[in-house]
Ligand binder design. Sequence first.
Ligand SMILES: Cc1cc2nc3c(=O)[nH]c(=O)nc-3n(C[C@H](O)[C@H](O)[C@H](O)COP(=O)(O)OP(=O)(O)OC[C@H]3O[C@@H](n4cnc5c(N)ncnc54)[C@H](O)[C@@H]3O)c2cc1C
Length: 401
Amino acid sequence: MVASPAGTPRVAIVGGGIGGLAAAAFLHRAGLPSTVYEQAPQLTEVGAGLVLAPNAARLLRRLGVLDRLHEHAVPLDVGWEFRRWEDGRVLSAENLADACERLYGEHTYTVHRADLLTAIASAVPPDALQLGKRCTDLTVNGDIARLAFADGTRAEADVVIGADGVHSTIRGAITEPTPATYSGICAFRALVPADRGPSFARRRAQTLWIGPDHHLVHYPIAGETVINLVAFAPAGEYTTESWSATATVEEFLAEFAGWDPRLQELIRGAGTPGRWALLDREPLRHWSQGPITLLGDAAHPMFPFFAQGAAQSIEDAAVLARCLADDVHAPERALRRFESLRIERTTRLQDVSHARAHLNHLPDGPEQRARDASLAHADPLVDNGWIYAHDAEAEAAATPV
Ligand SMILES: Cc1cc2nc3c(=O)[nH]c(=O)nc-3n(C[C@H](O)[C@H](O)[C@H](O)COP(=O)(O)OP(=O)(O)OC[C@H]3O[C@@H](n4cnc5c(N)ncnc54)[C@H](O)[C@@H]3O)c2cc1C
């Protein structure tokens, strides 16, 4: 545990993913030390991409992280580009080139997760990170939280932040366990080297092909050297919720049989695809208790259909650091303020992301035609303004302690 200056709380962060490291980085900027306990022996992220929307990009820019991503992040010219499954007809396309910065003062980027994690980690002091520390237990005695780790070691803290993802151990210590339910959807993910991908997939666009029971998204990442591919299909009997589970290219292709042949070509270029089941979880009504709180997927896991899960964990991190810095002598009050600043927005995003599954997967017919007609008139860049315009730090600063 990093020593805290007199009068500041000892902060333990369980989980060194995007949310946990962002929390350590924002705390460090605010002058508050913390210790991140990450179970993996090295910092790792799965080989996949992320969209960084303006609401996350502006926070990372202030942290200096966006500059470090400069060579790797791809600024998108076209945002949500919806295409019809069988022939690639464009149903709607979001022109980001000038509009995104004009409207929101920040661009939309795509990144490789590993590049993002490395960039955020560089804003965290090296002695704040303890690797190979799987937290197995958390108890609270008075104001003091005690953490136990699988390697037999222990730590004490005044504040514990559970940033330990969708299968959070810390969540289990403070809320009734709510079992996840079967969503009926599974995801495939794959990376295609850009020189093996068709030219339409190398554009700086987030392209989303929608069709009966399925949809598929692709965009370039890693300085445009790689195309990130993620697709959603009926899960059948498949219920494994793990980023390390795999499928075969043939299984992936079979899901998209009969779709535009250009997609088949794209999928054929993939290495071993990952495959996992999306499980369904009700939003939590509270996620802070005493000296413990949650952030990111531990607090509000969401379907990835608005590409906002990591962005919300970054917003959480910025707001939590601000609340703790404003209230160093009353950390429990700071955690309650953090939750009250965040819960409405993250619950709304959980809800809208959930509803998207139905819309994206409509079978051909009257409802699909009505959807396509409304897509033609929609402007997601403006319609999603409540997501992109939000400045989480400014909101926290404007809210009294
Ligand atoms: C297909 C897909 C596409 C997505 N696309 C986007 C996108 O475009 N944009 C976006 O913003 N979001 C996207 N998301 C969501 C995003 O991936 C997650 O919301 C984000 O990674 C959550 O970060 P986190 O730090 O909260 O959790 P995680 O990334 O899960 O990190 C948790 C960390 O905690 C560690 N840990 C777990 N248990 C313990 C323990 N007991 N002790 C110690 N350490 C522990 C883990 O090893 C891990 O490092 C997508 C998600 C999916 C599934």
